[in-house]
Ligand binder design. Structure first.
Ligand SMILES: [Zn+2]
Length: 477
């Protein structure tokens, strides 16, 4: 892709992933429509500790003229792979234009970014080029928005955020530039879970929210494709499977390690586990590995109206739950008897999750639960790819793995059915897939083109997709 000024695009609509093209991590997608250029998400890749940790901003402007080129940056949710490069983009690269995110994302972003700074300080590899002061300065530039609020950032350019499930505060974003529209999904979940509702019905999206009147199909749908080739078994069966293995392990005196990022899956799994503890009268302690997780729980209580409030109850003040400091964590790992530990990060690349993995993975009494997507670069990914024989990796040191491993497609992402459902209901002019591995994305691309009859692309990072107009469109510029 050649760096160009936004004014040269006229009626064209172009999409360029500058990260997460045929990959998961460092989400960042540039959309150009009607002379406007927008960056959706600005994420970091957890699997890398060098320049590949951030999107390829150099594709936009070799001279660093980002404020001139980008009309707005929109962040869909607080996960680091959608947010982690933002302080770098504003404080080091110098972007000074509008930045939008929902109120919950804005509330939780400081915790996530501070944790990313801390985790990177502990890891070998290139130093993270920003610090906690950069995070504070960056977040001062953010405008927090509500769902269904029409946010106009420039003449003819507006955004509306819609509930996406997935994690607290996650949103799909509807962009209008002149007479053209795009829907960027970020990560979304089409099914409700214990602590969040499902992504909004696409009809509401197409009507522009509850008060909207005209149905309008987006010119471009840019969709995540994390589970593009997966049809998940029923939720109830998945939960039974997980709980059966957990109860069996603690009843036999073993330890259960659930590596997870502090926000999102952790809350969902915690609700599931505490329900199970109540039903079975278990007294086995449940540990959270950081004060960050405890702070995160408070936000779920403060932001109840963004959650599936029917199911949120006093679970987060449960007597079995103990939040560990670093000293407690070391003691807890060596203590005899059964225990269950939620430890971050979810990909076991570093931190308490990696320490616990090294301590516990050698015993066949213990259980490792991999309950989400495993990005490249972590021990979780190595375990999935390394077969069941011993000697798999635990970061830099090799660890003989004898514990049981349960892999569950227990994720807050839409599966193949959910992804196809969104495409069918939105009926966009064209679909661009991002945030997924190449082969599953190719599978989904084929399905969308042959079964739904809609043009679909799955570009690699840095590849520009140009969508031809559906019909003559009066320009809004
Ligand atoms: Zn996410």
């Amino acid at each position: 892709m050649q760096p160009q000024s936004s004014s040269s695009y006229g009626a064209e609509r172009q999409t360029v992933p500058t990260g997460a093209g045929q990959d998961v991590g460092r989400s960042c997608c540039i959309v150009r429509m009607a002379g406007r250029t927008v960056m959706f998400d600005c994420g970091a890749h957890f699997g890398f500790r060098d320049a590949r940790r951030f999107p390829e901003f150099g594709l936009l402007s070799r001279a660093g003229r980002f404020t001139e080129i980008i009309d707005a940056v929109v962040i869909t949710h607080f996960h680091t792979d959608h947010l982690g490069a933002l302080p770098y983009f504003t404080e080091i690269c110098g972007y000074r234009g509008p930045i939008l995110m929902t109120y919950p994302t804005f509330a939780i972003a400081p915790i996530m970014l501070a944790d990313y700074v801390k985790v990177n300080a502990d890891r070998p590899g290139e130093r993270l080029p920003y610090n906690e002061q950069h995070v504070r300065d960056c977040l001062r530039r953010v405008t927090a928005v509500d769902l269904h609020q029409v946010v106009v950032v420039a003449p003819g350019l507006s955004f509306t955020f819609h509930y996406a499930g997935h994690v607290l505060g996650a949103a799909m974003v509807h962009m209008t530039a002149g007479h053209l529209t795009a829907l960027y999904t970020g990560d979304f979940n089409s099914s409700p879970d214990r602590h969040l509702g499902p992504a909004e019905a696409p009809l509401a999206l197409l009507q522009g929210g509850p008060s909207g009147a005209s149905v309008r199909h987006p010119d471009v749908l840019i969709s995540e494709a994390t589970y593009a080739a997966t049809l998940r078994d029923s939720k109830r069966a998945r939960e039974r499977d997980l709980l059966g293995a957990v109860v069996e392990t603690v009843a036999a005196g073993g330890k259960v390690l659930i590596p997870t990022f502090a926000m999102g899956r952790a809350q969902e799994l915690l609700m599931l586990i505490t329900d199970c503890w109540e039903r079975n009268g278990l007294q086995v302690p449940i540990y959270f590995s950081s004060a960050m997780a405890a702070r995160a729980l408070v936000y779920y209580q403060l932001l109840l109206n963004w959650t599936n409030a029917n199911h949120i109850h006093c679970v987060f003040v449960n007597v079995h739950i103990c939040v560990c400091t670093h000293i407690h964590t070391t003691w807890m790992m060596l203590a005899p008897g059964p225990a269950l530990l939620f430890a971050s990060p979810g990909n076991i690349a570093s931190g308490v999750a990696l320490e616990a993995f090294r301590s516990w993975a050698g015993s066949s009494k213990n259980l490792l639960v991999l309950a989400g997507y495993q990005v490249r670069g972590g021990a979780g990914h190595d375990n999935l790819c390394g077969g069941r024989s011993g000697g798999r990796s635990g970061g830099e040191r090799r660890v003989e793995v004898r514990c049981r491993i349960k892999m569950l497609a227990f994720s807050a992402h839409a599966d193949l059915r959910g992804l196809l459902g969104l495409v069918r209901r939105c009926k966009p002019r064209a679909v661009v897939l991002v945030h997924g591995q190449r082969e599953p994305m190719e599978f989904l691309r084929g399905r969308i083109e042959t079964h739904v009859g809609i043009e679909c692309h799955a570009p690699a990072t840095g590849t520009t997709v140009t969508i031809a107009p559906r019909r003559a469109v009066p320009l809004g510029v």
